[in-house]
Design a protein around this ligand. Structure first.
Ligand code: PRX
Length: 649
């Protein structure tokens, strides 16, 4: 399809729907009403686009009090079949499924057709089986952004193993914690990853993790060719082990509620939670949301810049696009290497039509000036997307004006690891856009705003965002800890799913996400529990106490501000500051690197010993005028010391 054709098609008037998608406001309203009035009928119809070995007997069967969520019961399917095999069976084997753009712009691309993908996934699946992986086993995937990462996910799904993908930026300790939590005996990794020509020692990190926890086998994909240690009997090169595996591997017939994957995500307390998604609902949800939100048309090139280590990569690089038979681009590198035009150069080179990225990347690139964008031909772009954090209107306008030539729609998609897929967004063609607002609920989504006491707030208002009805892509539990699932999401407002986000609803019914209202911060679109950073800091032998809060950061959205109290006799200096930064990077990973370390003789605590985070947040934000009531503090004078400490930075 030519670009001109896209443009012409795009400016079509409301009412001229393409592809049968919800492309007009009337269609959206009709479909939305149907989806909430008759969810069973609506979702049965959506589910019908997929292949089922056995059709579901029941569609929705859920309760939020007590918490028990099931969709498509009685149905049997396999998401790998729907993402791969059925396209080949339908005669589309020669269609490109994945385009791989490597870190080094001069290195060769790979174009992987659906037929290639089927062969590769079967090879990986049979290799996993040869290692001993069985249905229901947990397989940890710690991979760079290379197609083999997607092959590994699909291969697990094919044989009914549950994958747990860990972002390549996490440390050995973080890997060990996750491997232990889900008792994963199997690990798939690569020798090294590449990001902006820097090498990431993935296999060495796995080795360090396995010094703390045991695993039966490690499968290693050769990527950079770098030297790695191989432990006899435990570690296997993928190219060796896969050399003689068979060419057949039928897809396991999975029950709709069989687990598909675990993905660890941060919360306000404790260690990261293993959010569990199941097969049927997640398949239908990612297929449907991708189809309507991105309005994908056959032949188009779609690029989501996320990493497969995050939920965005799961749902909108792998499962959503591939179930739709789309061509998805996978990019190994970073936006600013070798230069700040790398994203736009890739868009130009591959004639990308749909581009989906995070506000933090947009802000970082905006700062480098328009010339990096305008020197490339971006006329192929038809739709832009944003995800991961609120997009500030200034960044939105630059994205729209400079990248999108002022005429391309932007979908600002609000969702979470726990929601499996997009929940609030405008739909291209159906809704007017408002810079900074995510827009309207997707089909089947019933948002509700409540105050701190759980009182429902109507009309144009601001409150805490809850969802009152289940949707197919909803997480079913926290792996191994259902009680924690209930406590985290359903106990603040009984009978409702609480998102942890604050939100405003305007007179037009548009939703504006204002950010987290719990102790979770969003750093460059990465979700981080302040408690996790605090636990890492207090593990340091010189640290007595730590309190971590977010503060506004021009590029990252939020930065990490750490208040640290040292053990008596310890001195705060630049060396210790550097040491603590490194310490947190080692404990969690580079994404948790503190922006500010503020040494203080004490933390502001109430008489019962509770840290008053409200005060710490205000001080980190330089909002000294609105510290509120400090009279309940055990030692109110500490506030002055903290303010002085902040001003002296
Ligand atoms: O605070 C919201 C923010 O990211 C959180 C979810 O993070 P995570 O589970 O890592 O998933 C990120 C990718 C879906 C939410 O609670 N968030 C996500 N998208 C948006 C957003 N905030 C505002 N606007 C968005 N479009």
């Amino acid at each position: 399809m030519s670009n001109t054709a896209h443009d012409q098609e795009w400016v079509r008037k409301p009412g001229e729907a393409a592809n049968g998608t919800a492309c007009t406001l009337d269609q959206y309203q009709a479909m939305y009403s149907r989806s909430v009035d008759d969810p069973d009928g609506f979702w049965a119809e959506q589910a019908d686009r997929l292949d089922w070995f056995e059709k579901p007997g029941k569609i929705a069967n859920w309760s939020f009090d007590p918490v028990d969520i099931k969709w498509f019961e009685g149905g049997k399917l396999n998401i790998c079949h729907n993402a791969v095999d059925r396209h080949v069976a339908a005669g589309n084997g020669e269609r490109v499924a994945l385009i791989f753009e490597p870190d080094d712009p001069a290195a060769p691309n790979r174009h992987i057709t659906y037929a290639d993908l089927q062969r590769e996934v079967v090879r990986m699946a049979n290799t996993l089986k040869k290692m001993g992986v069985e249905k229901g086993d947990r397989v940890t995937i710690y991979m760079p952004m290379i197609p083999e990462g997607a092959f590994a996910m699909l291969a697990c799904a094919r044989i009914g193993a549950i994958h747990s993908v860990i972002f390549g930026g996490f440390s050995p300790d973080a890997i060990a914690g996750r491997v232990e939590d889900c008792q994963s005996d199997w690990i798939v990794t690569a020798d090294e990853g590449l990001r902006g020509s820097k090498k990431i020692p993935l296999k060495a990190n796995v080795d360090a993790a396995l010094a703390k926890v045991a695993a039966k086998a490690v499968l290693v994909v050769r990527h950079t060719g770098g030297d790695v240690a191989m432990t006899e009997g435990r570690d296997h090169w993928y190219h060796d082990l896969s050399a003689d595996v068979g060419e057949e591997c039928p897809c396991e017939q999975m029950d709709a509620e069989d687990p598909l994957f675990i993905l660890y995500t941060s919360g306000s307390t404790g260690k990261p939670k293993g959010v569990l998604h199941t097969t049927g609902g997640y398949s239908v949800w990612t297929e449907t949301t991708f189809r309507y939100v991105f309005d994908y048309r056959p032949g188009e090139i779609y690029w989501c810049t996320a990493d497969i280590g995050w939920v965005t990569g799961h749902s909108y690089i792998v499962y959503g696009p591939l179930q739709n038979g789309a061509t998805a681009l996978m990019f190994e590198g970073v936006p600013n290497n070798p230069d700040h035009d790398r994203f736009w150069q890739v868009c130009d080179k591959h004639k990308v039509n749909i581009f989906y990225t995070a506000p933090t990347a947009i802000r970082a690139l905006m700062r480098e000036g328009d010339a990096h964008v305008t020197k490339h031909d971006l006329s192929s772009l038809r739709l832009l997307g944003s995800v991961g954090e609120p997009i500030n209107p200034e960044a939105w306008r630059w994205y729209h004006g400079t990248v999108g030539h002022g005429k391309i729609p932007i979908v600002d998609t609000w969702w979470q690891t726990e929601t499996g897929g997009i929940m609030i967004t405008t739909l291209p063609g159906a809704h007017d856009m408002k810079p900074g607002s995510a827009g309207k609920p997707f089909f089947g989504i019933c948002p509700q705003l409540v105050d701190g006491d759980g009182m429902v707030l109507d009309g144009a208002t601001e409150g805490n965002l809850c969802i009152t009805h289940s949707w197919p892509g909803q997480a079913r539990t926290v792996y191994g800890d259902h009680e924690r699932f209930i406590q985290t999401y359903f106990s603040t407002y009984r009978g409702k799913y609480f998102t942890g986000d604050g939100c405003r609803r305007d007179v037009d019914g548009y939703y504006w996400i204002t950010g987290r209202v719990d102790d979770v911060i969003n750093v460059s679109g990465h979700r981080m529990g302040t408690a996790e950073v605090e636990s890492a800091l207090v593990l340091h032998p010189k640290v007595s106490e730590a309190a971590v809060v977010g503060f506004p950061h021009d590029i990252k959205g939020q930065g990490i501000y750490c208040y640290v109290t040292l053990n008596s006799g310890e001195e705060a200096d630049d060396v210790l500051t550097g040491e603590l930064r490194q310490w947190v990077r080692k404990e969690i990973g580079p994404i948790a690197s503190p922006d500010h370390l503020h040494f203080t003789p004490a933390l502001p605590k109430t008489r019962s010993g509770k840290i008053m985070r409200r005060i710490l947040r205000k001080i980190a934000e330089n909002e000294f005028g609105s510290l509120g009531d400090t009279s309940t503090l055990a030692d109110p004078s500490i506030v002055e010391t903290l303010v002085e400490g902040r001003l002296n930075r």
